[in-house]
Structures are given as C-alpha cells and as structure tokens.
Design a protein around this ligand. Structure first.
Ligand code: NAD
Length: 271
C-alpha cells in the first residue's frame, strides 16, 4: 500500500499483537476466579491493565491475585454474586474494558429442567451482562473509547439437547452484544462475542457426569462421543487461547471489528 491511500498511515503504524498495551486502562472481568475468566484476567493484567476481578468465589480470587503478582498491571479482587444486579451495574462504573464471562451450566432435558435454575442462568449470563454494560457505558462514551467482550459459545450460534437455559442465554447474549455494537459505534465503543467450543475448565469437567447420565453412556465416552463429536479438531481448547482472542479484540488492529462473533471451535460450525 502506498502512503497516498487513505488508510495507509494508520495501517503502517500498527504493531503486532504482542504489543497490546493497556497501561492506564481498567478492565473488569466477571467469573475471574477460574477457567476462562482467570486466563483473561491474567492476560489483560500482563498487558498493563488494572483488572477488577469479579466472582462469587473468594478463594479463587485470592489465588488469582497471587498468580497476578508481578504482572505489568494488577488484579483487584471483588467478591460479588452477579445475581445482585444493582451491585453488578455499580461495579462496572469507570471501566474501559468489560469482559462478560461468568457462567454456569446444567444439562437436563427440558421437561425436567428446574425453573429456578433456568432463571438463575438467564440472570447471570444475560441480565447481568446487560446491567454491567449499562454501568460501563457512561464512562466509555465519555472518553470515546471502550471494549466490550462477551464470552459467548458455539451455543450462542448452535443448540445442543439438554442445555435449554444455557443456549437461550448465549443466543440472547449474541443479540445484546450486537445491539451494544450498533449503539456504541459512534462513541468509539466496540462490542463483540468470543465463541469457544469446549474449553478445558472446571465447567466442562463438571458436566461430564451429567452428560453421561443424560445420554445414557459411560463418562469415559462423553468427550469423544458428545462434546467433541462435531468438532473437526479432536481436542479441548485451552483457556489461554480464549484469552488471546479477547486480547486481540482490545488491540488497535481490531478497532473496526464490532458486532461480530469470533468463533474458536475447531471447525464445529463449519458443518
Ligand atoms: N468451558 C467451556 O467449554 C466453554 C465453552 C464455551 C463458552 N464458555 C463460557 O465461558 C465462560 C466461562 O466458563 P468457564 O468454563 O471458565 O467456567 P468456570 O465454571 O470455570 O468459571 C465460571 C466462573 O463464573 C463464576 N460465577 C458463576 N456464577 C456466578 C455468579 N452468580 N456471580 C459471580 N460469579 C459467578 C464461577 O464462580 C466461576 O469462577 C462462561 O460464560 C461459559 O459459558 C465455556
């Protein structure tokens, strides 16, 4: 590209992803005590962000804060149950980067699915993200920059049996994310989903027994016959790989990426 083309100046000056620098930025990561949220908190702290790590699991947050010692930014643990929606909205005030990650799963046929669990899943995985975005936007709009990253799933794009609440919440999150992208564009705020296939985390380890029961097969066959059945790549994704996708969406290189879903699924949705 020659220097006379309209976009050459900005494109020529872009550095590699390694250079992600969030010094002076605040990032809030929900569900940061374990799995994907923990990896995201560590990745953003390593990039210099001051990370507010939110979870209801106090011990997990303490362990995260220990692990983050020495990171360029830092991790500030905040014990919070996201079903307290007013507290969730308040917690998001003043953040530059918001990672909506907290989640839970129950695998049960629809006719047996407990309504109170359905309600909790929708509250934590859809209504809390709405309230966190609502709490974060005034500061983001005020400064003309913000990054919203919603950890969705292949289940934001595809359904699986026995996961009614989870699939409903993730499909809803996709819509919320796109709406935030449309409204935020004029204010320098991007909103995107990251959509992993199965990731090696406690959430997946916990559902192996449930899946075995629901499908009537032994636990040792769940990984290959249920979880990875539709994945072209027959391995679990690592939490750190998801954190890299989140980091990418915070880079200058991704400033035109908004309202989309970044799928990391080993080919699952290529079917
Ligand atoms: N593990 C996977 O295979 C996978 C795949 C696709 C998407 N995801 C999504 O990634 C996100 C993280 O999942 P994970 O696998 O790391 O799960 P995880 O169970 O390891 O971590 C989830 C975290 O959310 C926290 N949490 C749950 N309910 C909460 C509440 N009411 N208030 C505050 N914190 C709460 C938990 O304490 C936990 O630390 C979820 O949104 C999940 O749907 C996971």
């Amino acid at each position: 590209m020659t220097s006379s083309t309209p976009h050459s100046a900005s494109l020529d000056s872009l550095d590699s992803l390694d250079s992600l620098d969030l010094t002076g930025r605040t990032a809030l990561v929900t569900g940061a005590a374990g799995g994907i949220g923990r990896a995201c908190a560590l990745r953003l702290a390593a990039a210099g962000a001051k990370v507010r790590a939110v979870d209801r699991d106090a011990a997990g947050l303490e362990e995260l804060a220990d692990a983050a010692r020495g990171a360029a930014g830092g991790v500030e643990p905040q014990v919070l149950d996201l079903t307290d929606l007013d507290a969730a909205e308040q917690a998001a005030a003043g953040t530059d980067v918001l990672v909506n990650n907290a989640g839970l799963q129950l695998v049960r046929p629809l006719q047996e699915f407990p309504p109170d669990v359905f309600h909790t899943v929708l509250t934590v995985m859809l209504e809390a993200p709405f309230r966190l975005i609502r709490g974060a936007l005034p500061h983001m709009y005020g400064q003309g920059w913000g990054r919203i990253v919603n950890i969705s799933s292949v289940h934001g794009l595809r359904a699986s049996p026995y996961k009614s609440a989870y699939v409903a919440a993730k499909h809803g999150l996709e819509g919320l994310s796109k709406t935030a992208a449309l409204e935020g564009a004029a204010h320098g705020v991007t909103s995107n989903c990251v959509n992993p296939g199965y990731v090696r985390t406690p959430l997946v380890e916990r559902q192996i027994a449930d899946q075995a029961r629901a499908h009537g097969i032994p636990e040792e066959r769940v990984l290959s016959e249920v979880l990875l059945q539709d994945s072209a790549m027959k391995r679990l994704l690592e939490p750190e790989e998801v954190a890299e996708a989140v980091a990418y969406l915070c880079t200058p290189q991704a400033s035109f990426v908004t309202g989309t879903s970044l799928v990391l699924d080993g080919g699952w949705t290529a079917h």
